[in-house]
Write a protein that binds this ligand. Structure first.
Ligand SMILES: [Zn+2]
Length: 495
């Protein structure tokens, strides 16, 4: 910490009024923080150790435990206090040797991977007819009729190119799965929404529970060929689907929480968060290793600037994000007593696309005061305040608790083509841009922590409910399966 200038020989009372706090001129804070963020730092080394060194880190796995140790150690090396905050994850999951064999006709090799948190197939696999159900609408299922009972269904997709495509990938699945179950199907194969046989995985779970049917993602070109063969007149296409996923749990997992205590209002909090866990086909560099490393680097830049924020800033690396934002849900439960004094939560989770501004999820009160906190990042052209929001990351449980949330709005860049895929690796990260994002994130949370008053008040349950309707988030929650969690009081602010 930089010390205040000493006025030698003055009367103590004069000194007190000339130097109101043991901190340098606040106007200098943002340039100092930005300067530290852009200076040489361990940022790239930290990211390389996380991605190449530890690799993919599914929440609840040994690799994730190593990543938590990495996070605590990296904060401490940055001179920031940090601790692991544990909670219980109900289910652990790992993929075995997933296979699809074509029985009869002209067999060909089919590349596929298990969906995350999919149950295994029974021992020996499922031998059944593969029924192509188009895009899985009610009409598609009706057309397939009685053949569906006992079958494995194959569902089409369109290639994901935009954020809207990606959200549609998630939001359409619930209804398709329900129809498959109602029709008596035994498993679902999803056509990959990426070309060139790229494989990736998701879950369709919202609270860390196992999915209700065995499901896998099939390489797009292989799935399209299977669909053509299945659609051809003549013999039904019989296959054997073997997916010996390994299910375990419950297990203790952890969020990593770093902290810089506020100088005037230490019991008020601003949270900067990114998830540390990832899928395991690649090494989780874009999603979300680069932004986990960013959170640590932001803490380092603020500490090294010598400025101490008025309010406490928490730097949180969440676990369990990919399974339904389990880590951020655990954080709000464990810190519920502080939520009245949690002034904002900023989440970053869209890889290395250039930050253009911040989504405030319909909070007009946040939009009105946020520009003041963004004064320090004017040079980055990253200060747009966007009223929209969605349900894609760790801000959601804070939003459902009425805490003002910001999500970094980012260009798509190379996010979608590598999303959850084997190709999500260190080499995809633009390290120069990442350092700029460290500067933007650090100066933004510092700016919020430094505001004269709160960014915006915490909302009541009634205000949150109205916000969800007004923004369309309620509809999205119903499609994705999150709505019952909110409605039943499992998640979100209670009345
Ligand atoms: Zn992510």
């Amino acid at each position: 910490m930089r010390t205040a200038p000493v006025l030698a020989g003055c009367l103590w009372i004069l000194c007190a009024s000339a130097v109101p706090a043991a901190t340098p001129d606040p106007a200098g804070a943002a340039p100092a923080i930005v300067g530290r963020a852009l200076a040489p730092s361990p940022l790239a080394d930290d990211l390389r150790r996380l991605t190449d060194g530890i690799g993919g880190r599914v929440s609840g796995s040994p690799a994730m435990a190593r990543a938590v140790d990495w996070g605590v150690a990296a904060f401490k090396a940055a001179g920031v206090t940090a601790r692991a905050e544990t909670y219980t994850q109900k289910v652990t999951w790992a993929e075995g040797a997933t296979r699809l064999e074509i029985l009869g006709g002209t067999p060909f090799p089919v590349a596929l991977v298990a969906e995350g948190w999919s149950p295994p197939t029974p021992a020996g696999g499922i031998e059944a007819e593969l029924v192509h159900v188009g895009s899985g609408t009610a009409a598609d299922y009706a057309a397939a009729g009685a053949r569906l009972r006992g079958s494995i269904v194959l569902v089409d997709s369109t290639v994901t190119e935009t954020w809207a495509d990606l959200f549609n990938e998630y939001n359409r699945t619930g209804a398709i799965i329900e129809r498959a179950i109602a029709a008596g199907a035994k498993a679902i194969l999803w056509t990959s929404a990426r070309e060139r046989r790229l494989l990736y995985r998701h879950t369709d779970t919202v609270a860390g529970e196992l999915a209700s049917l065995p499901m896998a993602v099939v390489a797009r070109e292989d799935a399209l060929r299977l669909a053509r063969v299945a659609d051809a007149a003549g013999q039904p296409l019989r296959v054997r689907f073997t997916m010996p996923n390994v299910i375990g749990g419950p297990v203790e997992v952890a969020n990593v929480v770093g902290e810089i205590r506020g100088r005037e209002l230490p019991d008020e909090f601003v949270v900067l968060g990114a998830h540390l866990d990832s899928w395991d086909l690649g090494t989780g560099a874009l999603d979300n290793g680069c932004n986990a490393a960013l959170v640590i680097a932001a803490a380092r830049a603020i500490r090294e600037s010598g400025y101490v924020p008025r309010r406490t800033i928490r730097f949180v690396l969440f676990s369990g994000e990919e399974e339904g934002m389990l880590g951020s849900r655990a954080y709000v439960r464990q810190h519920r007593a502080e939520l009245d004094r949690t002034r904002a939560m900023l989440a970053i989770d869209s890889g290395i696309g250039r930050i253009t501004g911040f989504q405030v999820s319909g909070r007009t009160d946040v939009a009105a005061t946020l520009p003041k906190a963004l004064a320090g990042i004017a040079a980055f052209d990253a200060s747009q305040v966007l009223m929209d929001g969605d349900l894609g990351t760790d801000n959601v449980d804070f939003l459902l608790e009425g805490v003002p949330t910001l999500v970094a709005a980012q260009d798509p860049a190379n996010y979608m083509p590598n999303y959850h895929a084997a190709s999500d690796t260190y080499d995809k990260v633009d390290l120069h841009l990442l350092a700029q994002h460290v500067a933007i994130a650090a100066a933004t949370v510092y700016g919020i922590a430094e505001l004269d008053g709160a960014l915006a008040p915490r909302q009541s349950r009634a205000e949150i409910a109205s916000l969800l309707e007004r923004t369309g988030l309620a509809k999205e929650m119903k499609e994705s399966g999150l709505w019952p969690e909110w409605e039943s009081g499992q998640r979100g602010r209670t009345p």
